[in-house]
Design a protein around this ligand. Structure first.
Ligand code: SF4
Ligand code: SF4
Length: 264
């Protein structure tokens, strides 16, 4: 796709900011999604939606508020032990989020920045391919990758298959943890708690999306840091933003076609 001088300068600026080496990083230029470059195009049945999200790290947001909105709504317990923690949306540094893309020339600001991470709701989800019971599946109507807790047998193949560490295993009885939520948190009686021995992860707030609402994390933003929308709709806000912003996605080389795009 041809890019004009302004677009070129934006791409060049991004390259300078994070010191890209070209290694493991896929840089999507403004409008690449329109051009349906191989590997960028949303994969879905005709007429289906493909929900996606733009994470704009250049926006000033209270990212912790986004995490709390999600975890409070979904009764995600607070567990200090990293080996047993449950997380649906969290923060991690650049080298963890985009491994292999850092360079010796990366700015200190970029090295220190914490990026928001959640399930990518991949168009080609590796987790779905390896699940032996179909407990994890992609909704054909909108591409949300879901969990059926009743079908999950706790084999954790999906955790091994996900290249992004987006899944958590309930080592403990989560209901007890939910009932002892820290910092005055209260259990949300309208959202089901899980069993010990099952895997869980972000659902793109499917229960809210089905009611025409935005995901809770998006609703918690104040300055457009998270934009949720249909990647298959060329008129959606997210597609319009992808037309003018340069973005990157996580681990493009693994071929999962993530639906989360980052402005860094
Ligand atoms: S990020 Fe991981 S858990 Fe989420 S859809 Fe992709 S492969 Fe599955
Ligand atoms: S989309 Fe919903 S479930 Fe996913 S991280 Fe945001 S608030 Fe949590």
């Amino acid at each position: 796709m041809a890019i004009d001088r302004r677009d070129f300068l934006k791409v060049a600026g991004l390259t300078t900011v994070i010191g890209l080496t070209g290694g493991g990083l896929e840089l999507l230029r403004p409008g690449d999604l329109d051009a349906s470059a191989p590997g960028h195009e949303p994969a879905a049945a005709p007429g289906a939606k493909q929900w996606g999200m733009l994470v704009d790290m250049s926006r000033k947001e209270n990212w912790q508020a986004c995490i709390e909105a999600c975890h409070n709504l979904h009764n995600v317990p607070s567990i200090d032990d990293k080996k047993e923690e449950i997380k649906w949306i969290w923060q991690a540094p650049f080298q963890e989020v985009f491994p292999g893309s850092e360079s010796a020339y990366m700015s200190d600001v970029m090295k220190a920045r914490q990026f928001m991470v959640l399930c990518n709701h991949c168009a080609e989800p590796a987790c779905v391919r390896v699940c032996p019971t179909k407990a994890t599946f992609k909704r054909p109507e909108d591409g949300i990758v879901m969990m059926d807790m009743h079908r999950c047998i706790g084999c954790r193949f999906c955790m091994a298959g996900c290249p992004y560490g987006a899944r958590s295993f309930n080592w403990r009885e989560p209901r007890l943890d939910a009932l002892t939520l820290k910092g005055g948190r209260k259990i949300n009686l309208e959202y089901p708690t899980r069993e010990r021995g099952v895997v869980e992860k972000c659902t793109f707030c499917a229960e809210r999306v089905d009611e025409g609402k935005q995901p809770a994390c998006v609703e918690a933003t104040r300055n457009g840091g998270l934009v949720f929308g249909d990647l298959n709709d060329p008129h959606s806000e997210i597609r319009q933003l992808l037309r003018v912003k340069s973005t990157i996605r996580r681990k493009p080389e693994v071929g999962t076609n993530p639906s989360i795009f980052y402005v860094v």
